[in-house]
Design a protein around this ligand. Sequence first.
Ligand SMILES: Nc1ncnc2c1ncn2[C@@H]1O[C@H](COP(=O)(O)OP(=O)(O)O)[C@@H](O)[C@H]1O
Ligand SMILES: [Mg+2]
Length: 311
Amino acid sequence: MYWGDKIVVAVGGGKGGIGKTTFVANLGVSMAARGRNVVVIDADIGAANLHTILGIRYPEKTLNDFLSNSQSDLAGALVETPYPNLRLLSSASDVLSLASPNYGERQRLFRAVQKLKADAIIFDIAAGTHQRATDFFSLAPIGIILLEPIPTSLENAFSFIKNLLVRGLLRRFYHDKEMTAFIQNTVDPRSTEKNLHFSDLLLKLEEKAPGKIGAYRQLFLEGACKMFIVVNSVKDPKQKQVGEKFARIIKRYLALTMEVLGTLPYEHSMDDAVINRVPFVVKYPDSGFANGLSAIVSKIESQNLHEAALE
Ligand SMILES: Nc1ncnc2c1ncn2[C@@H]1O[C@H](COP(=O)(O)OP(=O)(O)O)[C@@H](O)[C@H]1O
Ligand SMILES: [Mg+2]
């Protein structure tokens, strides 16, 4: 998908409760404060709470306004936030049908997001490794995997990335039944080849379909597809190394190059900010979290990636 000169970021991590929504809200506020016209998209449909962290109790418009009216454009479903240059596409809803927009609805939504007039778009991705989450994530040229320095977070992040990559491969071969079966069988945990590394899978695919996978493999090996790590809620300086360690594991087992974008400290007052419905960086602009985030924003702004490499 081509995004023109927009900065498009997706924030996922596989696990719930690790700070994805908090990060997206504060990232949005920080980028908007630097003068960019930013839209944050709550893609955690069914468990939306981005609006609350941004201080909006009842969003007047939501994604549902877009989905339920085939004539509408997405700009009409955005709400202003208390922060200049920052708009929100909220998924807050009591409507059950909104919990799972179908494939067609998602495609319509993706096309509409692409047409949005904005300098930056940030997706808050749901927990879990289901296709709805990975689909949204693979739209963005800049993918950020948020980690907490605990094994369960690393475990879920690994599964999230693996599912994302496997679905990327399946998309490439969707018209080829034999290859699809081969990929599915290889990644099936019951398969005899279960110890096969993802990099070996790529090599095997290249053998089976010369020329088809080369460019895709290259993206991995050269790190041209940008997947980043942010370690959140760091309580002890040693935990900062978790990001590098995770990147090594991903490189080894999934052949993907990931770069650590930064680390953010654990902040005791984070929940107070949520209770007061004010983003943490607004309430505590001189905190370690705000400084860490500011360094991350600079790194994001220095990337020059406008196409979704994993698509
Ligand atoms: N850096 C941090 N320090 C302390 N608490 C944090 C930090 N980041 C997030 N939290 C807290 O963790 C909880 C989960 O955050 P949330 O953003 O809702 O996670 P997710 O979207 O991944 O489910 C919230 O109570 C939030 O205030
Ligand atoms: Mg969340």
